[in-house]
Write a protein that binds this ligand. Structure first.
Ligand SMILES: [Zn+2]
Length: 357
């Protein structure tokens, strides 16, 4: 079962007063609390979609607050939550750790450390719900998915983006009926089942740690979804991670490295365009944060970092940080950035196709 950290009282069975006391004390003060935990104030102040301070991206994050520290990060399976959930996301920590951190900021640390004794005998400690384990769901959805076939929604979707593949990487599959969940008034609601492109995200040790999903219409367009109460457009791309922190160093390994050479891009479609345009084997790191933290096998000695040219500079910064690290690992590195601001290598590939070049 999915759980929404912070929207209930995780750990509350053990120490119900702790979380409630801290939650009451934090009400209306989340901006200051989260800044004290290190989230830049300008990120919280900007009431617009923007990169997530915890996990990057371009426009997946917004701090809404409403007194409870509410936020949206569309890379989370929960799509966001309250201030505790944001503290967990930012600190990459479980609920008890985030609770202690928040209590510390509010000067309640000693209380949360044990002065507040549960009134009823605590039941044996249940596994902390915040350490949710989605690995069974990840495995099941991947098993349910099919090989991509010419004419299916995924093949249509890719072809529509100019990505005419004759064979499809094994790391991509077609799920014919993927449920789309979103949070309505703190509760998970399923908006229906959609065809989806699934991408297998692999950890440095080779294990499957996440599924990247692009929800599609039956004719292979990106599904257009809106929030049932707010009418806000919902992202057709989502990431389901097996567990918290699973994305570190992980990538969609679309093509095997060749002769020690490998290219890296942020997006899956971008990586496919790199392959089609250059013949280089390319992996997708999923986000700028993922690119910055990519972990490559020792056998890879030459790396092309196919960065996005973001107007914000995010993609280039991630590429530079990665390049410095990879050079430190004694690899040959080239950072290649599209000339025009606001474009990535998929845009470049598409415009070359249109130009007939
Ligand atoms: Zn995030």
């Amino acid at each position: 079962m999915r759980n929404f950290p912070g929207s209930t009282t995780p750990g509350g069975k053990v120490r119900p007063l702790d979380a409630d006391t801290v939650r009451r004390a934090a009400f209306g003060r989340w901006f200051d609390v989260l800044v004290a935990l290190g989230i830049p104030a300008n990120v919280l102040a900007k009431k617009r979609n923007q990169p997530c301070p915890a996990c990057g991206g371009r426009d997946r994050f917004q701090f809404i607050d409403k007194g409870q520290g509410r936020f949206v990060c569309r890379s989370l399976d929960s799509l966001g939550g309250d201030g505790f959930a944001l503290a967990m996301h930012w600190l990459n920590a479980d609920f008890p750790t985030a609770l202690r951190a928040v209590a510390g900021v509010l000067g309640l640390a000693s209380e949360s450390a044990g002065v507040t004794i549960p009134r009823t005998p605590a039941p044996p400690a249940a596994p902390a719900p915040s350490k949710r384990d989605n690995s069974t769901t990840v495995a099941r959805l991947w098993c349910e998915a099919l090989q991509i076939q010419a004419g299916d929604p995924v093949a249509h979707y890719l072809a529509e983006r100019g990505l005419d593949l004759s064979t499809y990487p094994d790391a991509l599959r077609h799920h014919p009926a993927m449920p789309y969940w979103c949070e309505v008034a703190g509760k998970p609601v399923c908006l229906g089942n959609f065809p989806a492109m699934l991408a297998e995200v692999t950890a440095p040790d080779g294990s499957r740690v996440a599924l990247h999903r692009v929800y599609l219409s039956p004719d292979g367009h990106k599904a257009s979804l809106v929030h049932p109460t707010t009418g806000e457009p919902l992202d057709a791309k989502k990431l389901l991670t097996a567990h918290e922190g699973a994305m570190r160093g992980a990538a969609v390994r679309l093509y095997e490295p060749e002769g020690g050479g490998l290219a890296l891009a942020e997006g899956i479609e971008t990586a496919l365009a790199v392959r089609l345009g250059s013949g280089l084997p390319c992996w997708a790191a999923v986000s700028a944060w993922g690119l910055e933290n990519a972990a490559l096998p020792e056998s890879v000695t030459g790396v092309y970092i196919m960065a996005d040219h973001d107007v914000s500079g995010t993609g280039q910064k991630a590429a530079d940080t990665l390049a410095r690290r990879l050079i430190g690992e004694a690899r040959q590195v080239r950072v290649v950035i599209p000339e025009q601001a606001g474009t990535d290598w998929l845009d470049v590939y598409q415009s070359r196709q249109e130009g007939g070049a």
